[in-house]
Design a protein around this ligand. Sequence first.
Ligand SMILES: C[C@H](O)[C@H](O)[C@H]1CNC2=NC(N)=NC(=O)C2=N1
Length: 113
Amino acid sequence: MAEDLLKQRRCVPCDSTTPALTPQAAEQQLKRLASGWSCNEVGTEICKKFLFKDFYHTMAFVNALAWIAHQEDHHPDLEVGYNRCVVRFSTHAIGGLSINDFICAAKIDDLNI
Ligand SMILES: C[C@H](O)[C@H](O)[C@H]1CNC2=NC(N)=NC(=O)C2=N1
């Protein structure tokens, strides 16, 4: 149900027949995430930059994130540096955003690293 907490939901398999979220629907989902996430102009990707104390904490985050991506079979693009990780989610199968992108984003926000 739409009211359920995103972080408690599981990703659902998508294929090319799954309709992408409209930019308006994506904006609504964006409001349910912690601060820092933004959507690109064309509504096909969400992005957030996470900052950490040092490389150890950055990699702890990346490893925890990788486990979530593996469990959900939904994978972000990452830019990793010494104390930062930029996370981008889009649903490749549809060339846009699906609820899976927001479910994974909410789970990652919940990591608290
Ligand atoms: C077969 C497998 O489930 C698909 O290739 C999954 C894997 N991870 C994925 N990750 C993302 N971000 N989008 C996808 O469409 C996607 N598809």
